[in-house]
Design a protein around this ligand. Structure first.
Ligand code: AMP
Ligand code: ZN
Length: 496
């Protein structure tokens, strides 16, 4: 892959250096990415799914730019406590006890529910879903290799001493400097930030998930899992590690500390010691009331959106309209606007597909990047520059809309550009049908069928030059919150 100009060279924001950096792969022509996956103790909320939409767009962008992508997403089915540091109960055990089911059944159920959301949001399958409990042996090996130099044993487990590595928590400190947060103190350890890499089963107890180790029966710490699966499946250093912004504070600094220790003990160089070259973090989806949580009875799951009549890709659209590093507030009005925008684009794409079918067959087109068409080339450049600029999907969507709206352009060329752009955005524009996107919110003031009926009557009135009726229909719709759009560039007729 050779970049044509500095402006289209892919730049990504590295949380470790707090800078935009050009993407320079560790292995020529390849991109190796690790994404922290879900802890499968409950359904994911739509905030969690924002993290995977972001990782998917990153993966698609790397593939689109010609890199051979190896993307790993893990499934955490053991070791994650209710507090990201070392306090609280094991999330999986807690839910299993509440539901009176085995942890394994809980893990299977919620992993499948997560995969349903992944599919519905058009998130591509990674090269591997790595399940933490499949890597216990590798975790023990990793822990043994760093134990003497970096860890100490307490009654409750094996702890990592964070003062044994250079510059612990530089990822989190970057945050502290910005005043956004800091590592909390935890009692009972040599240092407040020390963390368990192996938690022993308390004497006299038996756990559903426990394994033998040199430190007694127990289970791995959550941070150890990601270090080990990243190293085993991608090799240190790999290119990019992703997760939600909360991971910048504890989980990722702890992973980095373990990776440094592992590389040091294995004789690897300084340059490889963070495990990954670039650490990327998506910002949170928040509700008006504040942080999104699963503790409330009805929390925001993708299925809830679907039950209310919203196509799941309208949520993907909502995510892509914001930059992944910006906080995004979820509102139903915002989701409705995203659905309307998606539908507007799908209808334009449908008309385009129809005209391509009718056009001359067998036409051979050059690669899209070489299109010199005066109407398409600027939009292609705008799209490429936006995506190269730390995945600016918000601007990239407008470039795609410009293409859909372009007049007097060969349909096959236009179709090729839409396919090229949507391969990165993953909105499924060329596959979705307008019927799939019918707005059916149970709570909506007005049903889409009513809007269409009124618009059809208005069209008939206008055809007969009965402008009194046509204006009255427009005013009626306006009174119910629907704006009629005459002359929209994509031919869309209304908006809520
Ligand atoms: P968990 O299953 O709790 O480990 O979280 C899965 C992923 O979702 C992690 O990458 C979290 O950082 C991320 N995450 C959690 N809450 C949100 C949110 N409200 N918005 C965006 N990402 C989130
Ligand atoms: Zn992780």
């Amino acid at each position: 892959m050779t970049d044509q100009s500095p402006i289209t060279e892919l730049h990504l924001f590295n949380s470790l250096t707090r800078q935009l950096e050009p993407f320079q792969p560790v292995h020529a022509g390849e991109a190796r990415v690790y994404t922290c996956g879900p802890t499968v103790y409950n359904y994911p909320h739509i905030g969690n799914m924002r993290a995977y939409v972001f990782a998917d767009v990153l993966g698609r962008t790397l593939s689109w730019r010609g890199y051979k992508l190896t993307h790993i997403i893990n499934i955490t089915d053991v070791g994650h406590l209710t507090d990201d540091a070392d306090e609280g109960e094991d999330k999986m055990e807690k839910m299993a006890a509440e539901k009176a089911q085995s942890i394994w059944d809980i893990a299977r159920h919620y992993t499948e529910a997560y995969w349903d959301d992944v599919k519905a949001l058009n998130i591509r399958q990674p090269a591997k879903w790595s399940v933490a409990t499949d890597y216990i042996e590798e975790m023990l090996q990793f822990a043994k290799s760093i134990a003497d130099k970096h860890c100490y044993e307490l009654e409750s487990g094996l702890y990592f001493d964070v003062t044994t590595v250079d510059d612990y928590g530089r990822l989190a400190r970057a945050v502290t400097e910005e005043g956004e947060g800091r590592i909390d103190t935890v009692e009972g350890k040599r240092n407040a930030a020390d963390f368990a890499i192996w938690r022993k089963t308390p004497g006299g107890e038996t756990r559903q998930m426990e394994w033998d180790s040199p430190w007694g029966k127990g289970a791995p710490g959550w941070h150890l899992e990601c270090s080990v699966m990243g190293e085993k499946l991608l090799g240190f250093p790999f290119d990019i590690h992703t997760g939600g912004i909360d991971h910048r504070e504890i989980h990722h600094p702890n992973e980095i500390a373990q990776n440094q220790a592992f590389c040091g003990c294995g004789g690897l160089s300084e340059a490889t010691n963070s495990g990954a070259k670039i650490w990327m973090h998506n910002n949170f989806l928040v509700e008006r009331s504040g942080k999104m949580s699963k503790s409330a009875g009805e929390f925001l799951r993708l299925q809830l959106l679907i039950d209310k009549g919203y196509h799941p890709l309208s949520y993907r659209m909502m995510c892509l309209q914001a930059h992944y590093r910006s906080e995004l507030e979820f509102t139903w009005e915002g989701l409705t606007a995203a659905l309307t925008r998606l539908k507007r684009m799908v209808m334009a794409a449908e008309r385009l597909t129809e005209s391509v079918k009718g056009a001359e067959q067998g036409q051979r087109l050059p690669p899209v990047e070489e299109f010199q068409h005066p109407k398409l080339a600027p939009s292609i450049a705008k799209f490429n520059e936006a995506m190269a600029d730390d995945l600016n999907t918000a601007v990239a969507i407008t470039a795609l809309e410009d293409v859909l709206a372009a007049k007097k352009v060969d349909a096959a060329m236009k179709h090729a550009v839409v396919a090229y752009m949507d391969a990165v955005l993953g909105l499924d524009l060329l596959e979705l049908q307008r019927e799939d996107l019918r707005l059916r919110p149970k709570s909506a003031e007005i049903k889409e069928a009513e809007i269409e009926d009124a618009l059809a009557r208005r069209k008939a009135a206008r055809a007969e030059k009965d402008f009194t009726t046509s204006d009255a229909l427009r005013d009626e719709l306006a009174a119910r919150g629907v704006e009629v759009m005459d002359g929209d560039p994509l031919g869309w007729e209304w908006k809520l």
